[in-house]
Write a protein that binds this ligand. Structure first.
Ligand SMILES: Cc1cc2nc3c(=O)[nH]c(=O)nc-3n(C[C@H](O)[C@H](O)[C@H](O)COP(=O)(O)OP(=O)(O)OC[C@H]3O[C@@H](n4cnc5c(N)ncnc54)[C@H](O)[C@@H]3O)c2cc1C
Length: 341
């Protein structure tokens, strides 16, 4: 079992900034996120959109914002556990035991729930047993681009992910089929143009208007059946891999079972230290609620700054929480190699 000062559930912007505030007080963190990447909503939902209300930053895309947070926490000790969903938490004397879906266990005095709107789960295709060949022909995200080299791939969806990956995988795949139910895409226009160019050159075959009818194979994945959206005719595609990009569902999931006080699917906290009704369990960022709450990144930063103070007191009872301006933190300047007098 791994022991840590703070176990942070959620590696979105607020979870990442928690690492910074904890680091300033000499506390170590473990981050857990059920996505395959760091960055929460900023990366999963709007990586290329500019954010204009981060204090002191005129504008920054979602991706640039997460990159900046990662640069900011570089000097500190923390570990990120991706593709890992926290399933259960249990009290053990004055500590908590946290268990995940992939059999990791953490022992900690402080749990920070920075879980945003809950865990993102890929929407499944509307067929029987969609996950039967998960990892063996079926995926909801590209986890290893090399796997698709020289393969025939069927990609489903009409948004950014479907377009981006069709264009990207067409570079190395033997063939890409892109299946969508209408001849309109919701993704970036320039990526759509790139995709249409690849259709002209024969690297991508557009299947429009089609929907998934079935995923085929008994022992082994054996391609997919498509149904024409209007004529209802069936067409089989004998491909090696299928990727479904039908968007994400946000689910509170296991958080509902942790017996923290909820108000309309958000976690109630006090605004002195953002602790929940359970000692040692804090909720920061979009997941919490209190009078006047706004779902903004900067509000989450404020919340977690105060919560970390309380976490320090729980680890070092009776000690004064050290306070110092970062402008006079020579160690930090040294580690970040900042050279401003
Ligand atoms: C299109 C769009 C534009 C936006 N623009 C702005 C803007 O301009 N300015 C602004 O301030 N805000 C903006 N927001 C809101 C902002 O993105 C959120 O306030 C912010 O992402 C909240 O950060 P967070 O860290 O609390 O949660 P999130 O970013 O939601 O991250 C939470 C993470 O927790 C993980 N998680 C959840 N449950 C579990 C579990 N059980 N186990 C493991 N991991 C779990 C999730 O996978 C996720 O990665 C925008 C939001 C959207 C959708």
């Amino acid at each position: 079992m791994k022991e840590t000062d703070i176990l942070i559930i959620g590696a979105g912007p607020v979870g990442l900034f928690t690492v910074f505030e904890a680091g300033l007080l000499g506390l170590e963190c473990e981050l857990v996120d059920n996505l395959d990447k760091i960055g929460g909503q900023c990366i999963e939902l709007y990586p290329d959109k500019p954010i204009y209300d981060i204090p002191g930053v005129a504008n920054q895309t979602g991706r640039e914002h997460i990159d900046a947070l990662l640069a900011q926490i570089k000097p500190f000790n923390y570990k990120v556990n991706l593709n890992t969903r926290v399933e259960s938490i249990k009290k053990e004397k004055d500590k908590w035991i946290v268990k995940t879906n992939n059999d990791l266990s953490f022992l900690t005095k402080n749990i920070f729930i920075a879980a945003g709107a809950g865990s993102f789960e890929s929407r499944r295709p509307p067929v029987e047993n969609p996950d039967k060949f998960l990892g063996n022909g079926i995926e909801y995200a590209v986890r290893d681009i090399k796997k698709y080299k020289d393969k025939e791939i069927t990609i489903f969806g009409g948004g950014d992910s479907a377009l981006d990956w069709s264009v990207e995988l067409a570079k190395t795949a033997k063939k890409v089929y892109l299946v969508h139910r209408r001849d309109e895409f919701r993704g970036a226009k320039h990526t759509e143009s790139q995709m249409r160019e690849l259709v002209k050159s024969g690297k991508i075959e557009l299947k429009i208007p089609y929907v998934i009818k079935s995923i085929n194979g008994d022992e082994k994945f054996n391609g997919v059946d498509l149904m024409h959206f209007e004529s209802k005719e069936i067409e089989s595609i004998n491909c090696d891999e299928a990727l479904f990009f039908f968007g994400l569902n946000k689910q509170l999931g296991p958080i509902l079972d942790w017996e923290v006080e909820l108000e309309e699917k958000k976690i109630s906290v006090n605004t002195e230290n953002f602790q929940t009704n359970k000692e040692g369990i804090f909720a920061v960022g979009d997941i919490n609620t209190y009078p006047g709450k706004l779902d903004l990144i900067l509000c989450g930063f404020h919340e977690t700054t105060l919560a970390v103070q309380e976490a320090f007191k729980r680890i070092h009872p009776g000690e004064r929480v050290p306070f110092g301006y970062t402008t006079s933190n020579k160690g930090l300047q040294e580690k970040l190699k900042v050279n401003k007098s």
